[in-house]
Design a protein around this ligand. Structure first.
Ligand code: FMN
Length: 148
């Protein structure tokens, strides 16, 4: 089984989230490709079993600037038979805008024929031990969905 984890980060928190996810995938025997969002073409997702996006959220719930092309292209992709999941770090200080990039990416994936394999995960700043547990469960659900 293969997975592709695409992350966006400014200060490193979302790369940390991506790395927790990648460790859980590797521990389960999944081969993982990790790329930064501005260096990634959406059609790379067509060759994977599990597609994961890990975006940060900025100004008033905005998507990462450097990921806007990727976000727009995602809506036009045909990801039939691909399982997807989105997890991201934001800051609860921003209250109603907390981690809004997560549901935004989920809505974009929903246009691609891909199948949602796990509920989105929202993380406050750097992932702590509890977040690692939640992210490991996220990965378990994605793998189970990919096996059925
Ligand atoms: N987090 C949110 O959840 N929602 C926001 O609207 C939001 N706006 C931000 C605006 C600014 C100017 C800054 C500096 C941070 C904002 N954040 C917001 C917090 C970041 O998303 C959070 O620090 C995140 O962990 C950064 O991820 P990174 O370390 O991967 O860059």
């Amino acid at each position: 089984m293969n997975a592709h984890v695409v992350y966006a980060t400014i200060t490193g928190n979302n790369e940390d989230v991506a790395d927790v996810i990648i460790k859980a995938l590797n521990d389960a025997g999944v081969n993982v490709k990790k790329t930064e969002i501005s260096q990634t073409e959406v059609d790379e997702f067509e060759n994977t079993d599990i597609a994961i996006v890990v975006p940060y959220t900025y100004d008033n719930g905005s998507l990462p600037d450097e990921g806007l092309d990727f976000f727009e292209d995602l809506a036009d992709a045909d990801l039939t038979n691909v399982i997807y999941g989105v997890a991201g770090s934001g800051d609860t200080y921003y209250m109603s805008d907390f981690c809004l990039a997560v549901p935004k990416f989920e809505a974009q994936f929903a246009k691609t024929n891909a199948i949602k394999g796990a509920d989105g995960v929202k993380i406050n700043l750097r992932p702590d031990e509890q977040d690692t547990v939640r992210l490991t469960e996220f990965v378990t659900n994605l793998i189970q969905s990919a096996q059925t």
